[in-house]
Design a protein around this ligand. Structure first.
Ligand code: F6P
Length: 341
């Protein structure tokens, strides 16, 4: 029978275990296939750190955060490339590989499949910034966690009549900030796609405060002010225009406080957004993607990954997911920012 290797690579996302469970469970149960777990992403593949994945390993893991396989940000092309991967696949009897990962992982998978290796992919990112799929698993969970955190920040903000700044994940895109900010009723949402001036931010904050509200500012970690040179002098940024100490939330809070006179506190949610149990939505999406990936392997659709288009799980070539990120469109931001302040 066929033996299929599975690896998870890049930053983890809630739902990875649900993908693994779906693949292995239906593969063993319905098709009598065998599975090889690869530890810590591409690193475990080039190091031949591989073990037989059996039913017992995947029992009840859909609701568990993290990944039972472990992950890393290792690039296989810096460790022997296609030759090494082929060698390990041959010596472990691996007939196909399912790579679950984000842009970096899929780019490596794309190159390896171009070089003739039997690989399919499953897209993964909490940031929801992969282009070829409408949603990625882990995003809904991150939004849920960020929303709950902002709800909590609001009650303490209200008690003290403070402005609360919540920094959420999103290095390149503002999807988590946009969705959690809307859900929590933030008065200001700041995303990397939209440079904004400190004066504009303070204007919104002051307006909300004037209505007797504790202003809530949701900011994505990758957000930049429109004029970083002023801030450079004021707060001491590094050569790339990034704050030296803390993140953008920590940097904004004293700037808002100084300019508005409203006491302001910042909270950075960080990796809390990627930990713990996935939402039901993410478990279902992850499970469907797992089934889809297994189907692609059975059809030998190498060089493709599964994706969500509307409500359907479809196959798309790796190349479609690479090159450009799925950013928040202007129209999506505009409809929300009309309500700021
Ligand atoms: O890409 C997912 C993500 O969570 C980003 O939102 C964040 O900037 C980054 O990963 C954090 O990476 P690490 O886990 O390596 O600190």
């Amino acid at each position: 029978s066929m033996a299929i290797g599975i690896l998870t690579s890049g930053g983890d996302a809630p739902g990875l275990n649900a993908v693994i469970r779906a693949i292995v469970f239906s593969g063993i149960q319905t098709h009598g296939l065998e599975f090889l777990g690869i530890r810590n992403g591409w690193k475990g593949l080039v190091d031949q750190d591989v073990f037989e994945l059996v039913r017992h390993d995947i029992m009840g893991i859909s609701k568990q955060g993290g990944t039972i396989l472990g992950t890393s940000r290792t690039n296989p092309f810096e460790h022997g490339g296609a030759e090494r991967v082929r060698e390990v696949m041959e010596s472990t009897g691996m007939d196909a590989l399912i790579a679950i990962g984000g842009e970096g992982t899929l780019a490596a998978a794309n190159r390896l499949s171009d070089l003739g290796l039997p690989i399919v992919g499953v897209p993964k990112t909490v940031d929801n910034d992969l282009d070829a799929t409408d949603y990625t698993f882990g995003f809904d969970t991150a939004v849920q966690i960020a929303t709950e955190a902002m709800d909590r920040l609001r009650t303490t903000g209200d008690s003290h009549q403070r402005c609360m700044v919540a920094e959420v994940m999103g290095r390149h895109v503002g999807w988590i900030a946009l969705h959690s900010g809307v859900a929590a009723g933030a008065h200001v949402i700041l995303i990397p796609e939209k440079k904004t001036s400190i004066d504009q931010i303070c204007d919104w904050v002051t307006k909300a405060h004037g209505r007797g509200r504790a202003p809530l500012v949701a900011v994505a970690e990758g957000f930049l002010l429109d004029s970083m040179t002023d801030v450079h002098n004021e707060r001491g940024l590094d050569a790339f225009g990034r704050p030296r100490l803390g993140g953008i939330g920590e940097m904004l809070a004293p700037m808002i406080e100084d300019r508005t006179g409203i006491e302001t506190r910042a909270t950075t949610l960080g990796h809390i957004q990627r930990g713990g149990t996935p939402t039901a939505f993410d478990r279902v999406l992850a499970t469907r993607l797992g089934w889809g990936a297994l189907q692609m392997v059975r059809e030998r659709k190498w060089g493709f990954m599964v994706a969500l288009k509307g409500t359907e799980i479809v196959d798309v070539p790796f190349a479609e997911a690479l090159g450009s990120l799925k950013t928040v469109p202007d129209a999506r931001y505009d409809e929300v920012s009309a309500l700021f302040g």
